[in-house]
Design a protein around this ligand. Structure first.
Ligand SMILES: CC(C)(COP(=O)(O)OP(=O)(O)OC[C@H]1O[C@@H](n2cnc3c(N)ncnc32)[C@H](O)[C@@H]1OP(=O)(O)O)[C@@H](O)C(=O)NCCC(=O)NCCS
Length: 175
């Protein structure tokens, strides 16, 4: 079974993350400087998943603002989709939110992005609104999604099930 490592994103990871980001979003991706800026921001937390050879497979980022966390980016290399890598990174983010006493997690997603919306719904995110013409490249609307309070039993029980259901790769944590 493939082994993956959850690691904090470092400056030296940015070139590889940027390559995946530009592969996923050819016309509207973040710049390398955006990632460098995020890594130097105290309110940000960024993680990568690497394989045994140190190759980056996916990445995620969030801002922590008082009792809320805002997911800023999430990408999985197209060759490694369907392996629960996005779920593993979301689990990492939720665990961090528990450590930091955060109550709600939010994000914006393109309304056409069915895979991502389905992923977030698995984690009990709900649509609470829309930002019209939010994305500059094509004027697409953004859906605003929020969790309920992550300390409520419903969220916690679902989260525990999702963690137990990770069985397609072996996960290690590299502190
Ligand atoms: C969305 C994305 C992050 C999913 O990554 P992934 O590692 O393949 O996802 P996982 O294997 O962890 O799948 C988790 C869940 O996501 C949903 N999902 C993933 N791919 C899907 C697809 N092609 N169609 C529908 N739902 C999908 C499902 O709910 C899935 O759960 P299931 O396997 O029990 O059905 C990935 O497709 C990606 O990087 N897309 C481009 C970038 C992007 O959209 N980022 C999110 C921006 S907000």
């Amino acid at each position: 079974m493939k082994k993956v490592f959850v690691v904090k994103m470092q400056n030296e990871d940015v070139d590889e993350v940027y390559d995946i980001e530009s592969l996923i979003h050819p016309n509207h991706h973040w710049s390398k400087d955006s990632f460098y800026n995020e890594l130097s921001n105290n309110l940000s937390s960024y993680y990568c998943l690497k394989d045994e050879n140190g190759k980056i497979l996916s990445y995620i980022g969030l801002w922590r603002i008082f009792e809320e966390a805002h997911i800023t980016t999430l990408g999985v290399h197209p060759d490694f989709r369907g392996l629960q890598l996005a779920q593993i990174l979301l689990i990492q983010i939720v665990e961090l939110c528990y450590q930091e006493m955060i109550k709600y997690i939010t994000l914006e997603v393109r309304e056409s992005n069915v895979p991502a919306i389905s992923l977030y719904e698995k984690f009990l995110f709900e649509t609470i609104g829309m930002r019209k013409n939010y994305y500059q490249d094509n004027g697409e609307n953004a859906i605003i999604m929020f969790t309920q309070n992550i300390w409520y039993d419903k969220f916690k029980n679902n989260f525990a099930q999702l963690k137990n259901g990770i069985n397609k790769v072996l996960v290690s944590y590299d502190e």
